[in-house]
Write a protein that binds this ligand. Sequence first.
Ligand SMILES: C[S@@+](CC[C@H](N)C(=O)[O-])C[C@H]1O[C@@H](n2cnc3c(N)ncnc32)[C@H](O)[C@@H]1O
Length: 274
Amino acid sequence: MSEPQGYVLGQSARAARRLEIQDAHFAAVSERLLDELQVRPPDRVIELGCGPGGFSKRVLCRLGAGGVLVGVDTSEGLLAQASALLTGPGPARFEPTRADISELGPWLDGADVVLGRTVLHHVPMVEFMLGRLRTRVRPGTRIGFLEPDFRTPLARLAYLEATGRPELAPLRHWATAINQLYEVNRLSPDAGPTLARTLETAGYRHVRGSWFEGRSDQMMIENMAMFYEEVGPQLTAIGLFTAEQLAEQLAALRALAALPLPAVWGIHLVACEA
Ligand SMILES: C[S@@+](CC[C@H](N)C(=O)[O-])C[C@H]1O[C@@H](n2cnc3c(N)ncnc32)[C@H](O)[C@@H]1O
């Protein structure tokens, strides 16, 4: 299988470090999703887009003997990192599976739970996959996702910038960059905000959705800076920044780290049953 067509972010050890920061960023809401889905031994859990395994580790901690976590991802590099992290002495088993989640496969067979964190927005026209997913799992299968919201907090950011906080402009440039990168690649940056209604219209039952504001601290800035470093060449290729502008934005972003900042993204938690 060739490297994924759709995944626009990095797959290196550095990218894994960004995802590690993201895991810390989303620690509380990740545990909350697992509570909501009542993940327990000996569930067979399918994780869509497991990446280097930060969320997977949390899932495995909930599974006892007989529990299996099937981690599905297109990136061989990230799956290898997940395997190194997760193949250990614990009672539950991790099964890395290289596959494109938009083409639902036999890896879904026997699922008690299907979940994913910050993955759906990487799938073009993800609603088609979500509708078909309902036909591929048993009624009652517990389904849950955490998806970022890169849009809603931006109105407050714009308001603050227009009312005496011009130094916040680098946050606006970053938000524009991530949204436009996803749009150019025909991904689904608004998957999170529309997810609960999407699942309801597909006929999933007992859909519960909630929204949480992202952090607005040093960790947010570090995550944003790593995004620039990872996808800088793509941002220049689509004409969003020159290399010089990118370097300026990176420096301006880092200079913000000591200031009180508004959150630039939020996260949607959505859970339901098939
Ligand atoms: C932002 S990362 C999140 C990783 C992990 N879920 C976490 O929270 O740390 C998105 C992951 O989805 C994977 N991915 C993107 N599109 C995919 C697809 N169509 N099929 C399978 N995996 C995909 C990427 O390779 C990457 O590992």
